[in-house]
Design a protein around this ligand. Structure first.
Ligand code: NAD
Length: 266
């Protein structure tokens, strides 16, 4: 039987590719985006998120099998924390009751390998505390210092999102309700978000310096979409709380071979 999915960012890039593949497989997809979507809503505001959730619930009749959150922006501006963190976490939380009604509910979000880069711990903590006003004010302060400092908003939004996924995934509301919750962290994906950066050799070289991808270099959106679809499909029964670096080897290049020593005795 067809499963019903809500996919954010469905009008472009990774979200559009995910929605297309799901539809081709015969699943029902409700796309959410600013425009050109079944549900047109602005996920940068609390009202937009509440409105999006209400309309998705109305369109589905109250039961959702999968939520895939792809919508995001990368600009060095305060809004980036609102879309990338609160636009994901608040929407997922609002859709949780509808997910819980499914016989095989799943959720996955798109983080980024940028979650491994320098970030503002103050901004990350404000986001994890659920304090959007404080997060926006910290992000505004960073943005006012110019793009060299303002760029920190994006990696901070993704670090906070990855941490939220790990925290929430094991709670009674998610794991306890039988709902796997995971994140995919891409490297450099060929989408409208990166088109300008990758257009010139200088831009591409700058990206590659920060995001080394020894396996097959820049990736097509399908490489992320197919993993999101597996994570939210019936076959995923036990994978929870993971941030999967689907990034051409960027994580392994940057963090090296030991990410397990957190509990080793000295
Ligand atoms: P994209 O720009 O092609 O698509 C993003 C979509 O999100 C757009 O359709 C846009 O309209 C939508 N969106 C933006 N703000 C919104 C808002 N306020 N409300 C509702 N929808 C909104 O970008 P993409 O490359 O497909 O990015 C998808 C996700 O992948 C993002 O979260 C991005 O941070 C993440 N990501 C991308 C890359 C990359 O290299 N492209 C790398 C790592 C992570």
């Amino acid at each position: 039987m067809a499963r019903t999915y809500a996919v954010t960012g469905s009008a472009s890039g990774i979200g559009a590719t995910t929605a297309r593949i799901l539809t081709e497989r015969g699943e029902r997809v409700i796309g959410i985006d600013l425009k050109n979507a079944d549900v047109e809503a602005d996920l940068s505001t609390a009202e937009g998120r509440a409105d999006a959730a209400a309309r998705v619930i109305e369109l589905t009749g109250g039961t959702i099998d999968g939520v895939i959150a792809c919508a995001g922006i990368s600009a060095p501006i305060p809004k980036t924390i609102s879309v990338n963190y609160f636009g994901v976490t608040e929407l997922l939380t609002a859709l949780l009751p509808a997910l819980a009604k499914s016989e095989a509910p799943r959720a996955a979000v798109v983080s980024s390998m940028a979650s491994l880069q320098s970030n503002s711990s103050e901004l990350v903590e404000a986001a994890l505390d659920g304090d959007e006003q404080k997060a926006l004010s910290i992000a505004a302060d960073l943005a006012e210092q110019g793009p060299q400092v303002g760029y920190l908003v994006y990696p901070s939004s993704k670090r906070a999102l990855s941490r939220w996924v790990r925290r929430q995934s094991v709670t009674p509301e998610w794991a306890g309700a039988g709902i796997p919750l995971n994140a995919v962290a891409p490297g450099t994906v060929i989408t409208p978000m990166t088109a300008d950066l990758l257009r010139t050799p200088e831009g591409a070289a700058m990206v590659d310096k920060n995001v080394p991808m020894p396996l097959n270099s820049h990736q097509p959106p399908e490489s992320i979409a197919n993993l999101l679809i597996w994570l939210t499909g019936m076959e995923n029964t036990h994978l929870a709380g993971q941030v999967i670096y689907d990034d051409g080897g960027a994580d392994a290049s940057l963090r090296g071979d030991d990410i397990w020593s957190w509990n080793d005795k000295a």
